[in-house]
Design a protein around this ligand. Sequence first.
Ligand SMILES: CC(C)(COP(=O)(O)OP(=O)(O)OC[C@H]1O[C@@H](n2cnc3c(N)ncnc32)[C@H](O)[C@@H]1OP(=O)(O)O)[C@@H](O)C(=O)NCCC(=O)NCCS
Length: 218
Amino acid sequence: MIQPLEKLWPPFGLTIEYGPVTLSPVRDADLPELVALAQSGIHPPDQMPFFVPWTVGTPDEVRLRFLQFHWAQRAAMTPASWSLETVVRVDGVAVGCQGVSARDYPVTRTGETGSWLGAEHQGRGIGTLMRQAICAFMFDHLGAAEITSGAFLDNSASLAVSRKVGYRENGVTRMTRRGENLALNQRLVLTPEDLNRADHELRVEGVRPLRAFLGLTA
Ligand SMILES: CC(C)(COP(=O)(O)OP(=O)(O)OC[C@H]1O[C@@H](n2cnc3c(N)ncnc32)[C@H](O)[C@@H]1OP(=O)(O)O)[C@@H](O)C(=O)NCCC(=O)NCCS
């Protein structure tokens, strides 16, 4: 029997709707739009908000790195270690990605968030909404106990989003950036009771098969 891909690969069956934003795990059909968005720019060239500097280089280098990252994430997913990268859409248009990753999640119940928006879509409240959406989903549907994140101290926008969503500061780590300079990274942690929710209903489809796939009991 031939089955649709979302039956064969449960993450593809997930949809999270939160007011104007829709999040769904990145499929190959989303990649051309996302590559174009990433190539059109996410941050000024003299800044680097990411731990892994994947936005550096020529458009061809960004394209290859981006595609291989997304395929690698999927290929490596197991209940012990997973990363769910979602495409964020507003009115059907891809505006960026919201990810959450975890290790030994059935025991730790901890997810780490990371996200980006194309430059033209920043500063309109979308970054806050998509983070609220993934956190509400993790707490309400995957039983998370806490959600962590991190941002370099010079990333005001990301730190502002974390603060608005309710994350607390959780220490500062010393990291290298672009493999060269020392950069201080603010660690952040969010618990279910601290989540500031937007005034939208969280609508989710495809949770049950995803939970089974991630080794979570009903
Ligand atoms: C970080 C990011 C996802 C935030 O999304 P966004 O849609 O731009 O943020 P929002 O519009 O929801 O803004 C949230 C808050 O941040 C504030 N903010 C936004 N940009 C800011 C800036 N450059 N400096 C200070 N505050 C800023 C806003 O004023 C807003 O607070 P307010 O509502 O109290 O005014 C987005 O800017 C982005 O993709 N940046 C580049 C990639 C990146 O840094 N990813 C995170 C890596 S840790």
